[in-house]
Design a protein around this ligand. Structure first.
Ligand code: MD3
Ligand code: FE
Length: 217
């Protein structure tokens, strides 16, 4: 099965929107990348199925997750960490597809972070009602590298806060094909995703998939 990211009524123009110091939205950036991305997402999920992780406090996360690349992000009763092995299958995570690596590198470079080479890609799946509570991404070894995020499928409202949990958060709508790069002084900002609204996306149906590329090790 071959997909590309265009859909029937595709009228979205690529554009760059700065949102904070070190953070930029590349609207529709992933749509300009030649086909293969969605087929590669499907293949990674087939190899390493999505699952609901448990927080250290024992709560089941509503987002379903899997990983590809040398390292994968995990949460369980012992804590949050990166590991080279998928604990559900006892083998390494699937390799990062070339389409993923190219998109992440090109987006980082377009945002001013030349030379970004991710070693981890976390895949998050949201269905209507799924949310991601406000948090920081601080399990990576080197906070000097940016994080690149790719939104696919249904639109979501993203919360972009400050360096303290209580700082007022901006709301940002992220749509199919939007790529966001977060680095420099924005790297440790609190962020989250509001409960996904119901809808039907022409390529992905009733779901949103987010890829986050990280330099974890
Ligand atoms: C802002 N995922 O997996 S990606 C996550 O849409 C995560 O699935 C969200 O937050 C999602 O940890 C948001 C955007 C994102 C990623 C990293 C950031 C935003 C960020 C790091 C710093 C500030
Ligand atoms: Fe995050």
């Amino acid at each position: 099965m071959t997909f590309d990211l265009f859909d029937a009524q595709d009228d979205v123009e690529p554009a760059t929107e700065p949102i904070a110091d070190g953070a930029v939205v590349l609207r529709a950036f992933a749509r300009a990348v030649p086909g293969g991305l969605l087929a590669d997402v499907t293949a990674v999920i087939a190899a390493a199925p999505l699952r609901h992780l448990v927080t250290p406090g024992g709560l089941r996360m509503s987002v379903a997750m899997t990983n590809c690349g040398a390292l994968g992000w995990l949460s369980d009763r012992r804590g949050y960490r990166y590991d080279a092995v998928d604990p559900d299958r006892g083998v390494p995570w699937p390799p990062m597809p070339d389409s993923f690596m190219r998109l992440a590198r090109e987006a980082a470079a377009a945002a001013g972070f030349a030379g970004f080479t991710p070693d981890a890609c976390l895949i998050n799946r949201y269905v209507p009602g799924t949310k991601l509570s406000l948090h920081q991404d601080r399990d990576e070894r080197d906070h000097g590298a940016p994080i690149v995020s790719v939104s696919l499928g249904l639109p979501a409202v993203f919360l972009f806060g400050g360096l303290k949990r209580t700082d007022r958060a901006q709301r940002l709508s992220l749509r199919h094909g939007d790529v966001v790069v977060w680095g420099g002084p924005s790297r440790l900002r609190f962020h989250g995703v509001l409960a996904l609204a119901d809808g039907e996306h022409p390529l992905l149906g009733r779901q949103r998939i987010n890829l986050t590329f990280r330099r974890a090790g």
